[in-house]
Design a protein around this ligand. Structure first.
Ligand code: ZN
Length: 423
């Protein structure tokens, strides 16, 4: 891990998305104004008070929700009349039962149902991948809940816009798909405050200085770039003076909000349009992953979202899996012929030797491909496993992306375990 990624990783882990975030020092209650309060835990929980009762926006994860409730409890006024969920990710919906009272209305955007069903439907697939992505142990997964087996807590759904007034305070809710299809934005005109969930991370987080994850490699449906752009425009058009995020500190002042969200939006637009132009000119996905780079003017890192993954996410999101090569129509992967190729090369040794030369020449990805071939022929080949670890470590030493680093680390652990079991 490079130094900058280490800093970014700890920020990321501590503020947001990991079991490591349990450290108490990051959990605090912040008074945004006389009516808006924020508890910072895994995900931020917001309390908006009115003379006629309170509104909760997001509820944190199951693990962190009790702490968030404790932090906010003293400020709650009257009953909790509404809970609004900016989206259905686990770190935003875990505390619903803690806040729900008799008569509390729970509001979500209509796509919430399919989104949480999708997460529950594929829980066995997601659990081990989330464990790698978020640096946490694999969670025990129960029996399959079926296609529509998620617990649906909200009882009010809307498609484009929903409004309610409580104690004279008007709340306007807009559909703003982005990081998830069910994302919504809560707009309180009286305070010029926009609660935008995870469509843009708050100040103090590494993510807002980074290109977004238009495709999260732990596995997600496409995060549609054009939807995300439109949603950022919706937020910008409200001319907020404060933007309150699902993670991190608020962004204050319309000039700063506009500067940040516009840059983010334009970077997404640039990458999207370059992919579309490349697709229309007949370029394949790997060529575009190599060619498309973010221009320096956007001044965004790739510490969280990687441009090349987003390029592939957009490409595959539009085209689906078929790459136009007739070979790809059939049910054998290229790896099916690896053992034959290794045999033709004279066995594992010369291939391992070549892989090692590739690492030494800085071509670590080619080395990984070569070790894939050897391991397809001989799963516990010590030379291939050791070379693989070298290649993964080479990539790790030069890696500036927290997610990539997690998967490289995972690859090293897997190879070491194989080596140990081979001896
Ligand atoms: Zn979140």
């Amino acid at each position: 891990m490079t130094r900058s990624i280490k800093v970014a990783f700890w920020l990321w882990a501590a503020v947001g998305m990991s079991a490591l975030a349990d450290s108490q020092e990051h959990e605090k209650m912040v008074r945004i104004n006389d009516s808006i309060f924020m508890a910072t835990t895994t995900g931020n929980v917001y309390l908006v008070t009115t003379p006629a009762g309170s509104v909760i926006i997001d509820t944190a994860s199951v693990e962190q929700a009790p702490e968030a409730k404790k932090l906010l409890a003293a400020e709650v006024r009257g009953s909790v009349n509404y809970i609004v969920l900016t989206h259905g990710h686990a770190d935003h919906i875990g505390g619903i039962p803690l806040w729900k009272e008799h008569g509390t209305k729970i509001i979500a955007q209509s796509s919430y149902i399919e989104f949480v069903d999708y997460v529950a439907r594929l829980e066995g697939f997601f659990a081990p991948r989330n464990a790698v992505a978020f640096h946490r142990p694999v969670r025990e997964v129960g029996p399959w809940v079926g296609n529509h087996g998620a617990k649906i807590d909200p009882d009010v759904f809307f498609d484009e816009k929903y409004e309610f007034t409580l104690g004279g305070v008007r709340f306007e809710l807009f559909s703003t798909p982005g990081e998830t299809p069910d994302h919504l934005t809560v707009w309180i005109p009286a305070y010029k405050a926009a609660f935008i969930g995870d469509n843009y991370a708050g100040a103090g987080m590494p993510e807002p200085m980074s290109f977004p994850n238009l495709y999260a490699i732990r596995g997600t449906k496409p995060r549609w770039a054009l939807d995300w752009i439109k949603s950022l425009n919706t937020v910008l058009s409200l001319k907020p003076e404060i933007v309150l995020n699902g993670h991190g500190d608020p962004i204050v002042g319309n000039a700063e909000i506009t500067r940040r969200l516009t840059r983010y939006r334009d970077a997404i637009q640039y990458v999207h349009d370059e992919v579309v132009k490349g697709m229309n000119s007949g370029k394949d996905v790997f060529t575009l992953m190599q060619e498309i780079k973010l221009p320096a003017k956007f001044d965004l890192s790739e510490v969280f979202g990687k441009v090349s993954w987003s390029v592939r996410g957009i490409y595959d999101g539009y085209s689906g899996w078929f790459d136009g090569n007739p070979t790809s129509m059939y049910e054998l992967s290229p790896a099916a012929v690896y053992p034959d190729l290794v045999k033709l090369a004279g066995g594992p040794e010369p291939v391992v030797r070549l892989a090692l030369e590739k690492v030494e020449a800085g071509k670590a990805v080619e080395a990984l491909l070569l070790t894939d071939a050897v391991l397809a022929a001989d799963a516990k080949n010590g030379g291939a496993l050791n070379t693989r670890i070298k290649a993964l470590q080479y990539l790790r030493d030069r890696c500036d992306n927290v997610v990539e680093d997690g998967w490289l680390q995972y690859g090293i652990t897997m190879a070491r375990e194989k080596l140990a079991s081979a001896n």
